[in-house]
Design a protein around this ligand. Structure first.
Ligand SMILES: Nc1ncnc2c1ncn2[C@@H]1O[C@H](COP(=O)(O)OP(=O)(O)OP(=O)(O)O)[C@@H](O)[C@H]1O
Length: 369
């Protein structure tokens, strides 16, 4: 897929921007705090209706304005699509080809993006919560039903935790807990199964991309670390029973601690380079390359799922890669994936390798070619 044009109205520091993005590689250059990330963020928001930097939509609206709008024209396999998002104090509205979508889930996935930014290092170095968010965003982008199941799971989890916290063990109502257990297990196994499948595929692509970027010097393995082991090839009913047994085993502990001890909200994933845990033993460069391999693997996973390549957004990351890794990155996707890159200067980018590139200068919320 290809983003042909984007316009912004009162989006962060862009009062009004109309930009045609008809090149395979679009490079945005400028000093700090001029609006480069804001522009990539706007493309990300047009795909997922929310920012990668903030959960507060209000922050996307220009400080002096009541509302913000993003308009884009994307070329897809089956033709052109126009996308509109409007953010105001009342919430957000989404339109595809001028038609308002009753549910945002009908809009998400029309445009697909993969963003790689400096903070993605946290996928490797950060807490399990960061890794779960990464998984959920990625699976959610290609399997719309997933986010709905996740929401249901979290609703039950909150109710169950409140009950565990407030009820004295002697006064427990076994029936009530049983109902929540069943709902938790029903949604929980669906999420775990999807995560397990996703990580298996992610592992295959990430390992081969990582080997390419490091000229075969590093072998990356990615593993799912659920709160209890499952065999994802089993029927959901078998996994449901396993989940229920697990809940009964940790019951006493749950009452003591007042919280749910097993389930996808306690999942994690692990990364090993040449058999050693990347989080503990990896150098900064190895950790960054691991995060990059995961993101690039996602590009292939999205293509497998939807039949075309997503856009790639690289925010301020090229300067952190040595020339060899930059070249590998560019050559892997050159000609196949439309790419948007930000950098503070051209010297940090191996421009000679780029084909069909447009170079834009960003200054104070304005973009010039
Ligand atoms: N809601 C908003 N309304 C107006 N301006 C905003 C809003 N949110 C952020 N800004 C401004 O946007 C600018 C930051 O832009 P951005 O994050 O895109 O910088 P950048 O060009 O990517 O810089 P760097 O190279 O440092 O990453 C800041 O000057 C900030 O004050």
């Amino acid at each position: 897929m290809f983003l042909k044009a984007i316009s912004l109205t009162n989006y962060r520091n862009y009062e009004r921007l109309e930009l045609s993005t008809d090149k395979r590689v679009n490079l945005f250059i400028g000093p700090n705090a001029q609006g480069k990330t804001n522009l990539l963020e706007a493309i990300f928001v047009l795909a997922l209706t929310k920012s990668h930097r903030t959960s507060k939509d209000k922050e996307l609206i220009g400080w002096q304005a009541p509302e913000a709008a993003i308009h884009g024209v994307a070329e897809k396999r089956y033709g052109d699509v126009t996308l509109d998002l409007l953010f105001s104090g009342q919430g957000k509205k989404a339109k595809i080809n001028g038609l308002e979508q009753r549910k945002l889930s009908g809009f998400i996935g029309t445009l697909n993006v993969v963003m790689f930014a400096p903070e993605d290092l946290e996928i490797v170095k950060g807490t399990p919560g960061v890794r779960r968010r990464f998984l959920d965003m990625e699976i959610g982008q290609v399997q719309p039903g997933y986010l709905h199941t996740l929401q249901q799971y979290h609703k039950v989890l909150v109710q169950r935790n409140n009950y565990l916290k407030s009820a004295p063990p002697s006064g427990l109502q076994a029936d009530l807990l049983e109902v929540w257990n069943m709902q938790l297990a029903e949604h929980g196994v669906k999420i775990m199964k999807k995560r397990k499948h996703f990580i298996q595929k992610l592992q295959t692509w990430a390992a081969s991309i990582h080997a390419g970027i490091t000229a075969g010097g590093e072998e990356l393995t990615v593993e799912y670390r659920p709160s209890f082991e499952i065999d994802a090839s089993e029927e959901e009913s078998v996994l449901f029973d396993q989940f229920m047994i697990k809940l009964s085993q940790v019951k006493d502990q749950e009452f003591r601690r007042g919280m749910t001890m097993v389930g996808p909200h306690r999942d994690d994933m692990s990364f090993h380079i040449n058999g050693k845990e990347a989080h503990v033993f990896g150098s900064q460069g190895q950790q960054r390359t691991t995060a990059l391999s995961l993101k690039l693997a996602e590009i292939e996973l999205i293509r497998e799922e939807i039949g075309e390549y997503p856009l790639l957004l690289l925010d301020d990351v090229l300067s952190e890669l040595d020339q060899y890794r930059q070249t590998q990155l560019i050559e892997t996707f050159q000609g196949k994936v439309q790419t948007f890159i930000t950098a503070t200067g051209l010297e940090s980018v191996n421009v000679s390798r780029l084909e069909d590139a447009g170079i834009y200068h960003v200054s104070g919320g304005r973009v010039s070619e």
